[in-house]
Design a protein around this ligand. Structure first.
Ligand code: SAM
Length: 199
């Protein structure tokens, strides 16, 4: 009988953010909402896993299309496909490459607000034994990490061909600005791609 199991490159890509923070902060909900919209636009699936049952989702996330909220963890969700799951891990020895889109079809991220200096909370997922890949040496926000991974494994753009902006300075008002200690994708206007904050 013919083998009907699709190869990894024939499967819809699945992006899983394992929510690791006790709360779901407003900024995380903007990042998750941006990931859901981009996954929908690019024919990919997005799971937000390990969401505690008692956690009430912010309104913007309740309405967003393409978001699958899961109370189960990655270990239960993809228990039978562990070798198809790639953990995006800032401490991994190997960089992500377009060929990884053929090897893996589930890409796993820590749902953690970035911290400076990084506290390596991705280790909570690394300790579960998933194969890891790095996205370069600079810490990205979770939505940026998903965006870059999607570009590499879906669009087959090598990691070092993606335009980035590191540590951009954001103007808050005419007297104040703040440096964001992360790497972002640069858009066609030379600006960092960030979640949209609706008025
Ligand atoms: C905001 S980062 C958190 C990094 C963090 N400070 C920590 O404690 O591990 C959220 C997630 O994005 C992914 N990520 C961010 N930068 C990355 C990089 N340079 N390489 C691989 N994955 C990255 C990882 O999956 C990470 O768990």
């Amino acid at each position: 009988m013919a083998n009907t199991t699709p190869a990894a490159h024939e499967c819809k890509k699945t992006f899983v953010v394992e929510h690791l923070d006790p709360e779901l902060e407003a900024w995380s909900s903007l990042e998750y909402s941006a990931i859901a919209s981009e996954c929908t636009a690019h024919d990919a699936r997005f799971f937000l896993s390990s969401v505690p049952k008692e956690l009430e989702l912010p309104e913007n996330l309740q309405k967003v299309k393409g978001l699958h909220v899961e109370h189960r963890s990655i270990e239960t969700l993809f228990a039978d496909q562990k070798d198809k799951v790639c953990l995006l891990d800032p401490s991994a020895a190997q960089e992500l490459s377009p060929e990884d889109g053929e090897k893996f079809h589930v890409f796993l991220f820590g749902g953690i607000l970035g911290d400076d200096p990084p506290r390596d909370r991705t280790s909570e997922l690394r300790n579960k034994g998933y194969e890891g890949r790095r996205l370069g040496p600079v810490q990205m926000t979770t939505d940026t990490a998903v965006r870059v991974t999607r570009m590499v494994v879906q669009e087959r753009v090598p990691l070092d061909a993606i335009p980035y902006i590191d540590h951009p300075e954001l103007t808050i008002n005419k007297n104040e600005s703040t440096i964001m200690p992360f790497r972002y994708v640069k858009d066609e206007n030379g600006q960092p791609v960030m979640p949209e904050v609706s008025a």
